[in-house]
Ligand binder design. Structure first.
Ligand code: IPE
Ligand code: IPE
Ligand code: MG
Ligand code: MG
Ligand code: MG
Length: 322
């Protein structure tokens, strides 16, 4: 069995070796850029780890794993455009470094490259169906995310379903595809999927928390973007539930305001989060989801020792700062 670090190394090399057409440069240079400026590579890693529970020849499915990373990076190009984000992985976003049309078309190209890569991997109908479900679901989740920006009565359940689609699916399916290709039975596939799904929910809650409370030196994205965009995060939904009438009116004012200074809006909303104790609430929810995730992992019928790397992975993810 491989350690997570060894598998990350394989993914990094694989990403570097992805073949591009030479021309047009303005189409492919942004793709090389986004894939080279960093990224935790957790999705391909999870696919390889899922596979490695059952089989050792992980290189066989490297293209399937790279397909998932390429798809994820496509979503980032379009997400940054939709969210009007200037910074990604500590660098300028593609639409800022080039322009909006570049982010659209290079993003589209990455989506196609993702299917091309998956097709160059191990051929398996079930895995293909899973890949399609995952990649379609993310777009559905992203649409809810955007719809919710202008909807003021989003419930906690609706938020959880939105993040299940936009984020959890890829983590769950990364593990499930690895398991399918590794020859796992349906029960193990389902438990690994559930492990990834719960972790994915926690992962997005962390992302939302970091967007407000992250260390600007470590987070690698601009803080406060979700507040500026009126994103209906768990934090905002809970803040509304816990706020008194004055605080609610204050939140309403910032949500409906058009001409505001971003820094002032971020400071004002964060101040309300602090008063009502949002940070602790989110942290509790994150910990609960990680613990539920580990329960699902324990049900997977392989030697407990083989699952050590995945347990460590979850532990490390729990403490992430970017
Ligand atoms: C960012 O994903 C998008 C979310 C689902 C929150 P990651 O945090 O995995 O981004 P990279 O790939 O490591 O940059
Ligand atoms: C995006 O969620 C999830 C996807 C990219 C599908 P966010 O919009 O919160 O991700 P970041 O914070 O920009 O990475
Ligand atoms: Mg975003
Ligand atoms: Mg977004
Ligand atoms: Mg975010």
């Amino acid at each position: 069995m491989y350690t997570a670090n060894e598998l990350i190394e394989k993914v990094s090399k694989g990403v570097k070796n992805i073949q591009y057409n030479a021309e047009p440069q303005n189409l492919y240079a942004p793709i090389q850029y986004i894939l080279s400026i960093g990224g935790k590579r957790i999705r391909p890693l999870l696919m390889l780890m899922g596979y490695n529970l059952y089989k050792d020849d992980v290189d066989t499915i490297l293209n399937n794993a790279l397909a998932l990373e390429t798809y994820h990076n496509f979503t980032l190009l379009h997400d940054d455009l939709m969210d009007q984000s200037d910074m990604r992985r500590g660098n300028l976003t593609v639409h800022k470094k080039w322009n909006e049309n570049t982010a659209i078309l290079s993003g589209d190209t990455m989506l196609i490259m993702a299917y091309q890569l998956f097709n160059q991997g191990v051929k398996n109908n079930e895995a293909w169906a899973a890949f399609i479900d995952a990649t379609l679901g993310v777009c559905e989740g992203q649409q809810y995310d955007i719809d919710f920006e202008t909807c003021n009565d989003v419930s906690e359940e609706e938020y959880m379903e939105m993040i299940r689609l936009k984020t959890s699916l890829l983590l769950g399916y990364a593990l499930k595809i690895g398991a399918i290709l590794g020859g796992a039975d349906a029960e193990d596939q389902a438990n690994l999927y559930a492990f990834g799904e719960k972790m994915g929910l926690a992962f997005q809650l962390q992302d939302d928390w970091l967007d407000v409370y992250g260390d600007p030196k470590k987070f690698q994205k601009k803080l406060g973007g979700d507040i500026v965009d009126n994103k209906k995060t768990f934090m905002l939904i809970k803040a509304y539930q816990l706020a008194d009438e004055t605080q609610k009116a204050e939140l309403d004012k910032w949500m409906s305001g058009k001409d505001f200074q971003e820094t002032k809006k971020i400071a004002a909303v964060t101040h309300i989060y602090n008063i009502v104790g949002i940070s602790q609430l989110v942290q509790q929810k994150i910990e609960k989801l990680f613990s539920q995730a580990l329960t699902c992992l324990e049900k997977v019928k392989v030697d407990s020792q083989k699952k050590t790397e995945l347990r460590h992975f979850a532990d490390k993810l729990l403490g992430r700062q970017y």
